[in-house]
Structure formats: C-alpha cells, structure tokens
Design a protein around this ligand. Sequence first.
Ligand code: AMP
Length: 282
Amino acid sequence: MDCIKLPDQLRAQCRVWAKEGRTIALVPTMGYLHDGHMSLLDHARLRADKLVVSVFINPTQFGPNEDLDRYPRDLDHDLAIAREHGVDVVFAPDPAAMYRPDHSTWVEVPEMGKRLCGASRPIHFRGVCTVVLKLMHLVRPDVAVFGEKDWQQLAILRRMARDLDLDVELVGRPIFREADGLAMSSRNVYLTPEERAKAPAIHGGLLEVRRELAAGTRDTAELGRIFAEHLAGKLPAARVDYASFVHPESLEPVANITAPTLLAVAVFVGKVRLIDNILLEV
Ligand code: AMP
C-alpha cells in the first residue's frame, strides 16, 4: 500500500491503472477511521480492482466557527486500518496541495445545499462538492462509495454527478451504528462520558417516529413533536438544530407521509453536533 501526498502523483498512479484496464473505487474520508468507514472500504474493495481512500480534512467545508482545528486526526492509525482493509493507495494531501492561495472555482448545488445542514453550515456543501469533484478528476474512479449517515451529502453529490455528466457510479451504504444505536462518527470522541451514554436517544427518537408512523400518524408536524418529546425525555441537554421530513432525493419538505420520506436530524449534545437519519416507508 502506498501513501500519496501529491495530487499529480495520485493522478499518475490512477492513469497507469486505467491504462492497464483496471477499475478503480474511491472512498473519500476525513480520516480518524472507524467501523463505519471500514464498512465503506470493505464494500468498495469488492467493487473494483484498485481501491483509493482519501484522508483529507477539507478546510473549505468548515465554517469560520466550526471544528476544523480540533477535528480528530491520526494518520498512522488510518494507514494501519487502510492496510488491513486492502486499500491500494491512501491519498493524504496537505491543504496547500489541494488549494492554491488564489483558488477561485467552486461547485455548488445551491437549493439542496441550503436545506437541512446547509441552513446552519452555509458553505459546507460547496466545499464538499468542490473537493469531491477534484478527487474524482484526480482518480477517475469507476465507483465512489459514501455513507448514508451523511444522506444530504450523498443526495447532493448524486445531483452534481447527474448535472455535470460524471462518469462514475455513486454507491450509498447503510449507517453503521454502535451496539447501543448511536451512529458512528469521528466526532463522537468529543462527547463526555455522560453525553455519550445518553446520545443513543437520537436513534431512539427516530425509531419512535417509525413506530408512530406504523401506528397510523402521517402528519410530519405531529411526528416531529414526537421526536422532540422523546429527545427531551431521554436527553434533556440536547438542542435540536433541525428534525426535518424531506423527499429522499430532492430534499424538499414533506407535510404528510404518503411515499418514502427521510427524517433527517441534527442535534447538539452539549457542544457536539451529531447528525442521524431514518428512511420512513408507509
Ligand atoms: P467523514 O470522514 O466523516 O467525512 O466520512 C467519510 C465517509 O464515511 C462519508 O461518506 C460518510 O457518510 C461515511 N460515514 C461516516 N460515518 C459513517 C457511519 N456511521 N456509517 C456509514 N458511513 C459512515
């Protein structure tokens, strides 16, 4: 396994593979790899001859008051995990290698990028789209694998790929959870032990909504109240950033559930903002 730091070197390696007729899978990450990332690597490993994982804490997707500086990192640990999971190349560039000081070009899916997480993170998805498109151009993957934990991200990237005619298959993989239901996230390490113990209430609230829907409640305002009440009971320190019922592809709001609908939530537990979601089917 190689660890490549320079974009040109990554492109050269991927060109060699393409000339040899090999297919390539790409898994973009910000590192500090956990079991959720590993589930993506294992799937991607089966989907192509060569597997590239990027480990890059992309500065352009963080707002000025966000956690860019304290985002957890441990490249040696990530390299060991990548090696165990059959990765061929880890691409771990420095920010300066990805963005020149006068970088000026952005890729944006404005409407979808304003919803949900975009309301409190206005530049986030512009940064995500831009860096993912850059990675796609360097690697030219046949398949790129993403987690459904970041459902909005995947929906936006699918729209970008469709609109810009990208020749790549985007694959979404299910949310990987801790045994108690908390969605795995690199940010879970920020939680205090007490917050960590109660954080599974977020997933519990999503399941409660699914039960209520099965019992006949279709009105999303009512279902939203049920989520909020569940959380207030089990995790009083939580503050709901949003709990929104949306169309799974367009992310447009849904008032009454008559077709598959995504309930996407972002919750502050203390200072830590956690996201989760559930696909609701009638
Ligand atoms: P990140 O390193 O947080 O940017 O995540 C990199 C990729 O891993 C994204 O496609 C995420 O959606 C995915 N991912 C993160 N956490 C999970 C999880 N718990 N289950 C499945 N995929 C995940």
